[in-house]
Design a protein around this ligand. Structure first.
Ligand code: IDP
Ligand code: MG
Length: 149
């Protein structure tokens, strides 16, 4: 079953939006298989955002992600990677659609609340980076038959 790496960034935690964000993934029907509240070491933040290393915002982004705790999560379900990106909304919260997490709660690109893997392969890399195997708990929700045909 497909999995995605989702992280509530420091602004989402500081603004008291952990429950709201988790609820959106839960009520959509995805299954939580890993979750930890943590301070982010600088080298982990740099590895996570490695593709952006040469961008002008890289230093500020790493400063931001390491500035205050985050909630790192792994969610599972059919098509969860692309669907999570839709639930999250466009990178810039000002242009993100209402109804999305960024569209409902954010204003500026450097405070866009949440990260979601952008492809299945990226998700695999990010999950391996943030979680050890024994920190993930695969399980079969008893309501699966009511979510999947
Ligand atoms: P994504 O999070 O929607 O996948 P990316 O382009 O991968 O967006 O950028 C990663 C993160 O870097 C964004 O979520 C945002 O926090 C930050 N970021 C991207 N572009 C800018 C920018 O122009 N200024 C400041 N931060 C940016
Ligand atoms: Mg990205």
């Amino acid at each position: 079953m497909e999995r995605s790496f989702i992280m509530i960034k420091p602004d989402g935690v500081q603004r008291g939006l952990i429950g709201e964000v988790v609820q959106r993934f839960e009520t959509k029907g995805f299954t939580l298989v890993g979750m930890k509240f943590m301070a982010v070491p600088r080298d982990l933040a740099e590895q996570h955002y490695d593709v952006h290393r040469d961008k002008p915002f890289f230093g500020g982004l790493v400063d931001f992600i390491t500035s205050s705790p985050v909630v790192a999560m792994v969610w599972e379900g059919d098509g969860v990677v692309a669907s999570a990106r839709k639930l999250i909304g466009a990178t810039n919260p000002l242009t993100a659609e209402p109804g999305t997490i960024r569209g409902d709660f954010g204003i500026t690109i450097g405070r866009n609340l949440i990260h979601g893997s952008d492809a299945v392969e990226t998700a695999q890399r990010e999950i391996a980076l943030w979680f050890k195997d024994d920190e993930l708990a695969g399980w079969e929700p008893s309501l699966k038959g009511w979510l999947y045909e």
